[in-house]
Design a binder for this molecule. Structure first.
Ligand code: UT7
Length: 332
């Protein structure tokens, strides 16, 4: 049974820190090559935040662009949900920092941790509040400064990620033909050991030892995550399409999480989608964790690949494991 939410995305914006780091730049600091990174991942370059620039700064910039473009005063925002695995600090929540910088004086909010599926979990969470009728304007932000947790001595992970933020505005809709038509999320904690950051939490609080053992960085079993991602993204997409009486041919666009070009193409092949229906921008941004899907929406709007009434599928797999997919009809 589908799970319709009476909420629509009414605006989207992204923010990338200005510093661009190419594969050639990375060749100078780790034992890698432009050719390996391009052919194994599809990434050519990514953006890095400068020291002192944190997740809340990127998220605030994305939100400011969004509100300016929509002509919505910050004081009209009633809820801020931030997806991130790289909060500025454990507390206060990044949502509080963004609320303060924006001057969103009437908003409450919180952070949500679901790694690369984080934006989709934040989207469906925020949408419930818009649907309830109690919140007319909900801000959903996906923001990560992945460079703050990258080990530049581990070539298998450090080349994959970039820093960025994306934001969407959610508003209620009573029109059954637009907005969020369905979603399907699941988690499989047995995969937690394949992608994680062991240090700094209550299990291994920061100490000289945790620093010496490089525990404050991303650790990944790449091949395990790769296989899981291709399989689950294809399965979940098929499930949500089937239960809505649709096939992949009905979709105008799929905006997948951008972790690896080969994962995207693997899913695409299984679903029988041609290139024109799949949003890809990993070549320019790398994997920006919670920001990939809003950045995909921004690029799709700019490239006129998204029009009012289009059927769109958003889909992600991330650490946890977490998996999420959202089926929606583009509303503007
Ligand atoms: O968004 C969160 C979810 N994350 C993902 O979805 C990531 C999923 N995994 C992947 O995308 C891929 O597994 C990776 C891109 C991480 C790795 O690609 P792979 O094709 O699975 O490579 P591999 O781990 O099997 O390694 C193949 C070789 C190894 O060398 P040997 O043992 O064959 O000599 C690695 O040491 O490639 C080597 N290698 C590199 N070589 C040059 C690993 N990283 C690099 C590198 N440059 N940066």
């Amino acid at each position: 049974m589908s799970k319709r939410i009476g909420a629509k995305i009414s605006g989207v914006a992204g923010y990338l820190p200005p510093r661009v780091v190419t594969n050639a730049d990375l060749e100078k600091i780790v034992d890698t090559t432009d050719e390996w990174i391009r052919t194994r991942t599809g990434i050519r370059e990514r953006h890095y935040a400068d020291p002192g620039v944190a997740t809340s700064h990127l998220g605030t910039e994305a939100a400011r662009k969004l509100l300016a473009a929509r002509g919505v005063p910050a004081a009209e925002i009633e809820l801020i949900v931030v997806a991130t695995v790289t909060p500025d600090m454990f507390f206060p929540a990044t949502a509080c920092l963004i609320q303060d910088r924006l001057g969103a004086s009437r908003a409450w909010g919180f952070d949500l941790s679901a790694a690369c599926s984080g934006f989709l979990y934040a989207l469906t969470t925020g949408a419930q509040f818009a649907d309830s009728g109690n919140h007319r304007k909900v801000l959903v932000v996906g923001s990560d400064v992945m460079t703050s947790i990258l080990d530049f001595k581990d070539r298998a992970t450090c080349v994959l990620f970039g820093d960025a933020a994306g934001a969407v505005l959610l508003e209620p809709t009573a029109n059954g033909e637009e907005g969020i038509l369905d979603y399907a999320h699941d988690i499989d904690g047995s995969g937690g050991c394949n992608l994680y950051m062991p240090g700094g939490g209550s299990l291994h609080p920061a100490s000289h030892e945790t620093v010496d053992q490089r525990m404050h960085y991303v650790h990944q079993e790449g091949q395990q995550v790769f296989k899981y991602a291709v399989r689950r993204m294809s399965e979940l997409a098929t499930q949500i399409l089937e239960r809505n009486g649709l096939t992949s041919r009905d979709l105008a666009l799929v905006v997948p999480h951008q972790a690896n070009m080969r994962i995207i193409r693997g899913m695409q092949e299984r679903l029988g989608l041609d290139d024109s229906k799949v949003m890809v921008n990993i070549d320019r941004y790398g994997n920006t964790t919670a920001a990939t899907i809003p950045l995909g929406l921004v690029d799709a709007v700019e490239q006129k690949r998204l029009r009012k009434g289009d059927l769109v599928l958003l889909i992600a797999v991330g650490a946890g494991y977490t998996t999420g997919t959202v089926l929606l009809r583009w509303a503007y």
